[in-house]
Design a protein around this ligand. Sequence first.
Ligand SMILES: *Cc1c(COP(=O)(O)O)cnc(C)c1O
Length: 848
Amino acid sequence: MTYSIVKVATLIGARRYGSTETTVGWLLTDSRSLRFPEQTLFFALRTQRNDGHKYIPELYRRGVRSFVVKEVPDLASYPEANFLQVPSPLAALQRLAERHRDEFDIPIVGITGSNGKTMVKEWLYQLLSAVAVGTASGERSSLNVTRSPRSYNSQIGVPLSVWLLGEQSQVGLFEAGISQPGEMAALRDIIQPTVGVLTSLGAAHQENFRSMEEKCMEKLQLFHDTAAIVYPSDDDIVSRCVRRSGYQGERIGWSRISDNVEFKVESVQALPDSVSSQITYIYKGVRSSYVIPFIDEASIENSITCAATALYLGLTHEDLAERMPLLEPVAMRLEVKEGQRGLTLINDSYNNDINSLDIALDFVNRRGEASNKLHPSPITLILSDIYQSGESLASLYQQVSNMCKNRGVAKLIGIGDEIASQAALIDVPERHFFHDVEQFVNSTVFSQLANELVLLKGARRFGFERITELLEQKVHETILEVNLQAVVDNLNHFRSFLKTDTKMVCMIKADAYGAGAIEIAKTLQDNRVDYLAVAVADEGVALRKAGITANIMVMNPEMTSFKTLFDYDLEPEVYSFRLMDALIRAARKEGITGWPVHIKLDTGMHRLGFDPKADIDELVDRLQHQTALIPRSVFSHFVGSDSDEFDDFSATQFALFDEGSRKLQSAFSHRILRHMDNSAGIEHFPERQMDMCRLGIGLYGVEPYASEDSTLSTLHSTLKTVSTLKTTILQMRHVKAGDSVGYSRRTILDRDSVIAAIPIGYADGLNRRLGNRHGYCLVNGQKAPYVGNICMDVAMIDVTGIDCQEGDSVEIFGQELPVTVLSDILETIPYEVLTGVSNRVKRIYYQD
Ligand SMILES: *Cc1c(COP(=O)(O)O)cnc(C)c1O
């Protein structure tokens, strides 16, 4: 569905500048995701850290003609543009989605809750649009379902989701997520649900609410005008709130205990195959049952929520019994892996539908550009048949074709008969089609894949795992999993302390604190950080070779590396006269002038740097009498910003720096950036942010500043774990009491024990001092102490009493076992543990 620009202006109550007639089909809030410029309406949103107005020139150049703005730019520069001026572009986005929603008289399900929203939404989608799981009854009773892509459930994500409703839509499924009181009313007006689903009430975002009740009441606001709500009646807080809210519609509570509900769960049984469960229920007086291919508690509860909702929406008990066993797990990550022959594999195991294809292509596109702007690796898409009910194959694959074109797909490999039948429609430079995966992997198309960015997107039943298995580099069982989305979230957490124009240096020295500098740099570059900082020139060279174009600062330039600095556009730190003179000589020899350098002052660390009192006059004098170098920034480093204990000393350091750096600045007419805060400094002394900050450990998810003040510590709990070091159990054995484990018999068992061997040793970075029960890892969530001396490549752990088997996953540190637990045991700092993970441990990157 499209709207004329005039209509849009009326709907959002905007004042229009410009007179080009355009139509609006796509809404854009992030300039990087631009796809169909002519039909795009860009909303210049202002957030704490960014301002969409900045991107108007670039977007105009790329063909966008319609903008919603708060401030109208100089119209002469944009002769063909329309600017719709409103007091708040975000509110206008929400308004427009709201008016769009008004056009539809169909069931709309609003889903909220602390956990399980996305799973419930996806499963409802699978159940209602049964074609998606390929059932026989799908033909006769499947619905065209429009739903939020992935977990677009925020104040921006919800309007973008609702905008996807189109003429064919028969049901809408939308998630609503809130993190603060007061947000739900806005989302309710946009979604206007006719049915409400409350999944569960966990502890997420609790910090911003006074009580669970307050949070629950806020969530229930979404359902105010719905005809029915589905909710877990066994949760006392939920049922109390439903009663208190005076809700007037039909209450479909589900319960495993009480008979006095619409949906009574009679029994949940694990089936003998040990991978499925059978759920028997009574809904409105009728007893029936279904089977799901899962046994975990969350899946069981989510399936019950889905069953109650689907029955209310008109699915029959037979439909449920037929479709429930076909539910597919909801994986929500995009995995980036190095493949053989220079391939980069991007595996999107998310549901195979057209919207998620576009999101995945967007991601791949950005990675391609990030790795090499001039010569990006060609993008190859391996795509199976897409199941989407209600739409003609022709229109579906026409959309695929458009997406491929807009996202620069160079090669399409289609797997399945349906996509092959539409081959003529798909306009991609190179195309190949195969009946199934087996035929593909035996073809020369497969064996000739090389030096490409490959996106794999296949419906589950096509078994794309086989392709990944064959293309992946063989992985040592020990891996470091790196969550790139967490890096971005952490970056944003620290940005929220800064003024919008404060610049950010991200420290990616020591291979990005062990997480892997290249992928981290791509992610940071994509998120527009101002500088990346490495320790030595070679680290910078590796980044440049990987296509990183961002500014790079080198903290420890060696005397031998100057030519490399110039060749690869790396900006050195300068900390002494000796270094400065050598650098000037080298620059002159190469005929270089105006090379940017970063001047370090020593204010108390007594490591490297000029003396801010004694050296400044001479420094100014020497800098002024040469043209080879130009001071770009001046900085110093706090010795104890992570602790209140050193507040006085920090103040002294700051005063010294302030004086020295001002003197330097006053000698030059260009602006010299001043910076001092590291991660802890950003949180502890945001008032000392000056022009720039240097973010290190916090980016990697370790809380840098342990404040005494408890209101701050709730804020701090928002950092996300980035790196998780994992391995698997190789072998298990019973060992008798009195026997020893490992070299030199250092652990003697005092009971009959079960001992597991894991393929990680001190050569991988597992500190040998953790052995002999000094430290532990987690096996299926339980503590398993290291026993015996840790060997070079293997360690032994005590798993007595833990339910586990060979092949099970073991967490060394990460999501469940914070790296600080290890560093505390080792009496060191988390930096040492993180950077100690050796190179032979394969890094695997993913994006939620
Ligand atoms: C490593 C480093 C940082 C980052 O410190 P974190 O404590 O990791 O935030 C900042 N500045 C300099 C000079 C550094 O060497």
